[in-house]
Design a protein around this ligand. Sequence first.
Ligand code: GUN
Ligand code: ZN
Length: 434
Amino acid sequence: MPLTRKAYRAAILHSIADPAEVGIEASYEYFEDGLLVVDNGQISALGHASELLASLPADIEITHYQDALITPGFIDTHIHLPQTGMVGAYGEQLLDWLNTYTFPCESQFTDQAHAEEVAGIFIKELLRNGTTTALVFGSVHPQSVNAFFEAAQKLDLRMIAGKVMMDRNAPDYLTDTAESSYLESKALIERWHGKGRLHYAVTPRFAPTSTPEQLTLAGQLLGEYPDLYMQTHISENLQEVEWVKELFPERKGYLDVYDHYQLLGERSVFAHGVHLCDDECARLAQTGSAVAFCPTSNLFLGSGLFNLPMAEKHKLNVGLGTDVGGGTSFSLLQTLNEAYKVMQLQGARLSPFKSLYLATLGGARALRLEERIGTLQPGTDADFLVLDYNATPLLSYRLKQSKSIAETLFVLMTLGDDRTVAQTYAAGNLVHQR
Ligand code: GUN
Ligand code: ZN
């Protein structure tokens, strides 16, 4: 294959470590006039333009982005494809919201054409918002996952998804059985897991909608294939937590249900965790599991405030989730805007560099993909963004007052959204141009 080499010149910023572990200054690299070199879909060099340019052939194609910041692509560790059409549903908290809005909306995915249409809209929306990798819930219907992976494969995106398993406490029109969920998940794994940049996630919706038999088979699937993911919800809402205690009185608590069925591990991502206790955080960390922090959803559904400092204390891997459609935006910038406020309400701070970490390298670590995505280190996939300092008149004016990259970054996360993402690149290909 002939070498296709391209270079991108702009201000460049990426996280290289968790600020909670190394301090803020050692957590990032910033090149005010930087150069990113991409060879055949992978990053081959990153550095100061003045230094790198001298080492490159004179005829190399260089794209120069002015008034712009290159960052790694954003990573959304929790989102629901079949809820794209119901973002912003009024008036309910989790359990009523599921019954009133979510289940009817997800039922439309029996229709293959609908699944394909929404998968197209969903992927476009991810890329418009700068999200290059997401851990995605499908509906209970395998066609939702097939449609998603087919669309993702065409663009060579790194994506993870799974069909929802749910065999009780949901309408008949939307339930599978323990056995059918096992067989359908297995067929999807055989078809998609490890194909190019695609990965499969075993996806029991949450403890209340799975029988013990189904949870047992979910655990069994994880043992049958290497490197499978597991995604579910945990301790999002107080009524939900009480319900789980009633349904599983023999277990110590919510997490212990999943633990009992062998669903914890290095590729397991638990969404929300708003009401986790100290011991549960410790057990999640001990098993290498991760939590998806979903601030827009937690505020919108009135679920509560995620305790990020407690997770940090336990060295628990945390990624950021939009949780569309419980969450209200596909934008991880807007998600960080709300994350900051969630910390403020708890008397804590969220530094812009910790925020950048959560949206990139932290997400990659939660997904055990830090060797491939989440930074701009040479040798990793060329999934990156160009953020436009002049995206809106207010952003443009505000950033002219900025005195540091910390301030610029914080303002991008406070005022920024999809309009801020001028270009999105995946595996070196331009997959979104504003
Ligand atoms: N818990 C179980 N299902 C869901 C869902 O679809 N969204 C959210 N936010 N929580 C859930
Ligand atoms: Zn969710």
